[in-house]
Design a protein around this ligand. Structure first.
Ligand SMILES: [Zn+2]
Length: 294
């Protein structure tokens, strides 16, 4: 029942929301509904609200513009002419309602504008079927273009981490969007899944992230446990001696040296269990650290 209600709402209001989302830049939320969707996705992943939209959408396989809005709009586009050809009954009084001309539906121009923003032209006067596959590919290309635009502007350090350490700079392609990362389904233990999501998105517990809160220069966000490098995700996963005993418990993950983006492609349940163990180890070790003067 929930799905049918949500689907109906998406088909009624989705066209306007999709158009609004299509007009925004850098993957930022274009409507209150989209902000709510992105906030909810961050909550599901257990990452901070400052996590970049592009990384969030790539992880979850969702599309900008409230996920299925373009698809819902397309379904509505297909159903409108048929609905106009047959008389319908008012659900309140059961009297017959006059058919509405399909092309006068108020949301369709907005929806067509949304499609145009992703590179698909729609002639409202001469309806033609919209290919869902083509629409999905166009949306993926637009998401990639927004990510590259954000990278080119500079200052997006979390996004740079995601591209270089998680995706791999040479693997940037439209296909990185539109498919949910396997660990989100495979890892059932919430704290394991969240720890891995935090390391992947850069929204983790290390000094690289916490230093952002106090605007500390990146070069000063040194690991407080080994003082040998910035405490970012690759440092914690691969080199910090604080986690050396844990690595012995996961020999399958460390059988051969990997760059970060290849390391993170290993078995998701093992990676997530290791990430959660690292977080727990960090919590224990951090409590034992001497207080740092402000
Ligand atoms: Zn360290």
């Amino acid at each position: 029942m929930v799905d049918s209600v949500l689907s109906h709402g998406a088909e009624v209001w989705g066209v306007q929301l999709a158009a609004k989302a299509a007009c925004c830049h850098r993957g930022s939320a274009g409507s209150a509904a989209e902000k709510l969707q992105l906030s909810y996705l961050r909550h599901l992943l257990g990452v901070r609200q400052s996590t970049p939209n592009a990384a969030l959408l790539a992880e979850t396989g969702e599309r900008a513009g409230c996920g299925g809005q373009p698809n819902s709009g397309t379904r509505r586009w297909r159903s409108v002419p048929a609905a106009c050809c047959s008389k319908r009954c008012c659900p309140a009084c059961s009297s017959q309602m006059a058919p509405t001309p399909w092309h006068s539906s108020p949301g369709l121009p907005s929806w067509a504008a949304g499609l145009a923003a992703v590179g698909m032209q729609l002639d409202l006067q001469q309806p033609a079927p919209v290919d869902l596959g083509e629409l999905g590919e166009a949306a993926q290309r637009r998401q990639l273009a927004q990510l590259q635009e954000a990278l080119a502007k500079g200052g997006a350090s979390r996004l740079e981490h995601y591209v270089h350490n998680v995706v791999g700079a040479l693997n940037l392609a439209p296909a990185m969007f539109g498919q949910r990362e396997t660990y989100l389904d495979a890892v059932r233990r919430r704290q394991d899944r969240e720890a891995l999501a935090q390391l992947r998105t850069g929204s983790h517990w290390g000094a690289e992230e916490t230093g952002r809160w106090t605007r500390r220069p990146r070069e000063q966000r040194v690991c407080p446990h080994c003082h040998d490098g910035i405490e970012d995700a690759p440092h914690m996963l691969l080199t910090c001696p604080l986690y050396a005993p844990l690595r012995l418990n996961f020999p399958d993950l460390f059988a051969e040296p990997h760059p970060p983006h290849r390391f993170l492609r290993q078995k998701p349940c093992r990676l997530a269990a290791f990430a959660a163990a690292c977080h727990q180890r960090w919590l224990t070790a951090t409590v034992a650290l001497p207080a740092v003067p402000p």
